[in-house]
Design a protein around this ligand. Structure first.
Ligand code: B12
Ligand code: SF4
Length: 498
């Protein structure tokens, strides 16, 4: 079978195109003898280019991968696919997993894949190749008549249950970096980094994140899985050998040091066999001096933490992140002590959040002083607890945004979208102001803090913003503040620089 993967990537300017999920699916299908192609759709649908791709490659299956922000782009592409090819269309990814009803309702989409796609997609391709009934493959929702077969019970949509998660991640082939244009990708061309994933799953239950929703879908069993240290280090070694441009590595795992023993083995092996620095994600609760020491000894140059909110109430009650402000400060301090640079992921415009609470996030960044801040505007992803709360409270508007840096889709009394944009635009500058305040002694520091509070609150009041005619934080405006930076040895690069 010829399978064409379409990666709908409206935010490519900010993030770049390496897609671990697609690279894993391609590797799995190729190993099973199928032929794969790849189409990276950046920005708006380039009709001519896409039709040309279909006509040249004549795929049997067109496979779309979508996150929520990309979903509105699926319908026109599915129709174009049907008009210009005979391919069966399948859509998978986080959005298809958590909102399958919405995705299967799209005209031109034949099949939806929920959850991990390697085995179901392979079964689908085998089934089509062998002319079998494809309506009863676990994980797939199949429209009546798709693939030439009829569902046994004759329903309009055959909704199959999920199969168990892949227990042994070592049984999967290494990510494909050939069909998938890794060589020409942003990761390699611009970032000069090797991208990897050693695990799947996360033990936490943050209200805004899709991971707990997917865990719940699977019933929570065996959700967290790790590859063996030997397997992941071998893949890193291979990539470093094959791609001479690689100057450092990034581990996209939700939380790499989830299992301390594994992490100890991994850092030991990485130090021994790979001589390049790397970046990784960690939860403040998981960080201690020992983890920081192990990470540093292996070459960790940047530790990325979800700081998310500097306000205890918002963090614990709204975001369901059970971590104290003191723990966050300690986690950053462990890295500072070990000589590892830090990155904070921050969100503003959260449900029920006031500007004073946003200032708490800015202040906490001013205290822990991460080298890099990644500031996004909260977006409620369907399937998450935060989405349900925002829906219930009537906060969700029908605004569409392609990336979550540009605008808020919420309408709340406590803070306006314009105020959120204005605070995001100057986030870094405000952090610097507070960071200066924390260097002043006791009373002087408190006085300075009060003055900065008053100044920022006045400058971002509705009155001042409307007097400025929205210039203080225009939608879609990018001044670099809060965009995602990443560090090579001794330098700072801005993601999305053109
Ligand atoms: C690494 C990562 C990134 C990396 C790389 C992203 C990438 N394209 O690979 C970077 C930093 C670039 C990134 C960017 C963004 N990310 Co991100 N990211 C992740 C993270 C942590 C891991 C993704 C991953 O590799 N998972 C492992 C692979 C194996 O899983 P997978 O991709 O889901 O694919 C499997 C299945 O979904 C399925 N599948 C996927 N596609 C298809 C297609 C077909 C046809 C089939 C059959 C199956 C199938 O099979 C795959 C293999 O099992 C996830 C959280 C998570 N743990 O998943 C968030 C996550 C995917 N990201 C998220 C978001 C919002 C973004 C951004 C939109 C943020 C922004 N800029 O506004 C951007 C979009 C970037 C883009 N261009 O697409 C959200 C998506 C939420 C949603 N409902 O859409 C997630 C879930 C985190 C969250 N908030 O909960 N991200
Ligand atoms: S710790 Fe990170 S990956 Fe885990 S549930 Fe929270 S936000 Fe999601």
């Amino acid at each position: 079978m010829r399978i064409a993967f379409v990666y709908i990537d409206p935010s490519y300017r900010v993030m770049g195109p390496f897609h671990v999920g697609i690279a894993s699916l391609i590797a799995y299908l190729k190993r099973g003898g199928h032929e794969c192609q790849f189409f990276h759709l950046m920005g708006d649908v380039a009709e001519e280019e896409y039709i040309d791709f279909l006509e040249k490659n004549r795929p049997d299956v067109v496979a779309f991968s979508v996150m929520t922000n990309a979903f509105p782009h699926v319908a026109p592409l599915a129709l174009l696919t049907k008009r210009h090819s005979d391919a069966l269309t399948i859509c998978g990814g986080v959005h298809a997993t958590l909102s399958p009803e919405e995705v299967i309702a799209v005209e031109g989409i034949d099949v939806v894949c929920r959850g991990e796609g390697e085995e179901p997609l392979f079964d689908l391709c085998q089934g089509l190749e062998e002319g079998q009934d494809i309506s009863n493959i676990p994980n797939l929702w199949v429209k009546r008549g798709a693939g030439g077969g009829e569902s046994e019970k004759g329903e309009e949509i055959h909704k199959n249950p999920l199969r168990p998660l892949i227990a042994d991640l070592d049984a999967l082939p290494f990510l494909d970096r050939e069909v998938f244009p890794y060589k020409d990708s942003f990761d390699l061309q611009f970032m000069k980094r090797g991208a990897f994933m050693a695990s799947r799953g996360c033990p936490y239950n943050c209200a805004y994140c899709c991971s707990p929703a997917i865990k719940q879908l699977y019933g929570g069993d065996m959700y967290i899985r790790f590859r063996s240290v030997a397997s992941i280090v071998e893949e890193v070694e291979m990539v470093v050998r094959n791609f001479s441009q690689v100057e450092y590595n990034v581990f996209h795992d939700d939380l790499l040091p989830m299992k301390k023993e594994w992490f100890a083995d991994f850092t030991g092996e990485y130090r021994r066999r790979i001589k390049l620095p790397f970046e990784m994600n960690c939860h403040p609760n998981l960080m201690d001096r020992e983890i920081a020491r192990m990470a540093k000894s292996a070459g960790c140059s940047l530790m990325r933490f979800g700081l998310e909110s500097g306000n205890d109430h918002i963090r614990r009650k709204v975001l369901d992140r059970q971590v104290s402000t003191e723990r966050i400060i300690e986690a950053f301090a462990c890295c500072d002590e070990a000589g590892i640079q830090t990155l904070s992921y921050d969100m503003i415009g959260l449900p029920f959040e006031t500007r004073t609470q946003i200032l708490d996030t800015i202040k906490l960044n001013g205290r822990v002083r991460p080298k890099v801040m990644h500031v996004s505007i909260f977006y409620p992803y369907p399937g998450t607890k935060s989405y349900e709360i925002c829906k219930r409270e009537g906060f969700v508007t029908d605004k569409h945004i392609d990336t979550y840096y540009e605008d808020s889709v919420l309408q709340q009394k406590c803070v306006s979208a314009e105020q959120v944009r204005a605070l995001r635009k100057r986030f870094e500058f405000f952090v610097r102001l507070y960071s200066w305040r924390y260097r002043l002694p006791g009373f002087l520091g408190k006085m300075a803090e009060r003055i900065i509070d008053i100044g920022i609150l006045a400058a971002t009041s509705r009155l001042v913003l409307s007097a400025l005619g929205g210039r203080a934080g225009q939608k879609g405006e990018s001044d670099g503040a809060g965009t995602c930076y990443t560090l090579g040895e001794g330098e700072v690069r801005v993601w999305g620089e053109e």
